[in-house]
Design a protein around this ligand. Structure first.
Ligand code: NAD
Length: 411
């Protein structure tokens, strides 16, 4: 399997030809600033002690504290955690929020753990990394298979160790512990502002067709939001299959069906199709919102679309990216399209610091301003440099990170 951190290194190497980055700065961006591996012993319900491996990667904090989620997954590995921490730094820089990049993970299939075991594992992780996190040092958040409940245990453990309240040490908390309104759907909402701005530039009208890969937090919410805004969702998929209705799906009805049946397949007002068929559809906008590397070179050759919006992290492989570029398909990169989640995490931290909480409308207005501004900046550089939106986003992020490092005298 390709090391994800190598993929990141190839991306920044490619960006370098568009802007001057001093060699002394660039050299520091080729590795993470700090990486911690921990062993977490957990008393299982059976009375046996199991030892889990966890990581925290801190890539760069020139622009502000490290920031990034904690993933619980059996495939978590060092290269992936390092790459995700680097992508976080670039994501925060492209939307211009004052944070750096970090990421954490534990090698575990959480579906095999009882609630008590999961709580002991979550608390054990925090005990292991507590020396290197803090609201002005490194701020974790949820990621794949972690949620508000896990963040609450982690916050409680951290505050117990520190013996003071410090809500801003972790984001993605429930509202009762200082979470932000709009956080639950912020990734999709932020993605919508970016996609809608791009559609306007490209002359894609309301009523345009949309296909979505993935129907979890990101995919389901973007489907709702796009439909409400007047787009026509013609297909959605999950890990079990794809449903399609060229006249448009009623997403609330589809979501109800999926919640009841646990699958999209068999939904009566659409037909079941193969996943290869979804990837050969003629559709105005394609939104991968499931997994990494889910759109391959072959898929890029068959998909007939104008715009691909990466709501997932790293769904389009570099080979597929090259095909899209050749075919003049615009790809809105993940570091821009899915940054809404970290933007509202940042809002959460700001509210925690002030102890004063905003209404949902206020959070959404601020999110819209940040996302549409970041999109305009990316689009401008893309046009000026005659390159892809991905390269443009990396150019902006790399220049902001290196500028902060230079200002600190790190060059
Ligand atoms: P999730 O676990 O809630 O949903 C994932 C969805 O993908 C599920 O519906 C699953 O069935 C589906 N899926 C899995 N394999 C598939 C396949 N082969 N084909 C089609 N669908 C498949 O996860 P999520 O939170 O929605 O995250 C999705 C992606 O978005 C990830 O890459 C994640 O890193 C990224 N992301 C999420 C957030 C967030 O706030 N949720 C923020 C930034 C990035």
């Amino acid at each position: 399997m390709q090391n994800e951190f190598d993929k990141f290194l190839r991306q920044i190497e490619g960006t370098r030809k568009f802007l001057e980055v001093p060699e002394n700065i660039y050299r520091q961006l080729l590795s993470v600033k700090r990486f911690l591996e921990v062993s977490i012993p957990v008393m299982m319900d059976s009375g046996e002690v199991k030892v889990f491996t966890g990581y925290r990667s801190q890539y760069n904090d020139a622009r502000g504290p490290f920031k990034g989620g904690i993933r619980f997954h059996q495939n978590v590995n060092i290269g992936e955690v390092k790459a995700l921490s680097a992508w976080m730094a670039f994501k925060c820089a492209v939307v211009d929020i004052p944070l750096g990049g970090g990421k954490g993970g534990i090698i575990v299939n959480p579906k095999e753990l009882s609630s008590g075991e999961l709580e002991r594992l979550s608390r054990g992780y925090v005990r292991s990394v507590s020396d290197i996190i803090g609201d002005r040092v490194d701020i974790p958040a949820p990621d794949v298979n972690t949620d508000g409940r896990i963040m609450s245990w982690m916050l409680d453990e951290y505050e117990t160790i520190r013996r003071h309240h410090e809500a801003g040490v972790i984001t993605g908390k429930p509202l009762s512990l200082g979470g932000s309104k709009a956080r639950s759907y912020s990734t999709a909402q932020g993605g919508f502002y970016v996609i809608d701005s791009a559609a306007k530039k490209m002359g894609i009208e309301k009523g345009a067709t949309v296909a979505i890969q993935g129907f979890g937090n990101a995919g389901r919410n973007i489907a709702f939001i796009m439909q409400k805004a007047g787009y026509k969702i013609i297909s959605v998929s999950d890990s079990k299959g794809v449903i399609e209705n060229k006249e448009g799906l009623d997403i609330a009805d589809v979501a109800k069906y999926k919640d009841e049946k646990g699958t999209l397949l068999g939904y009566p007002k659409a037909k079941d199709i193969a996943s290869a068929e979804q990837l050969a559809e003629e559709v105005d906008i394609f939104i991968p919102a499931a997994l990494e590397n889910s759109v391959t070179e072959k898929d890029a050759q068959t998909l007939k679309t104008k715009l691909v919006a990466e709501l997932a992290n790293g769904p389009v492989t570099p080979e597929a990216d090259a095909v899209f570029e050749k075919n003049n398909v615009t790809v809105l990169p993940d570091i821009l399209t899915n940054a809404g989640g970290v933007v509202v995490s940042y809002f959460e931290q700001v509210q925690n610091a002030y102890g004063y909480y905003w209404e949902e409308k206020e959070a959404l207005q601020k999110l819209e301003t940040i996302m549409r501004t970041a999109f305009e900046e990316v689009w401008k550089i893309r046009t000026e440099k005659k390159t892809t939106a991905r390269n443009a986003a990396y150019i902006i992020a790399l220049s902001r990170i290196s500028e902060a490092m230079m200002a600190r005298g790190r060059g």
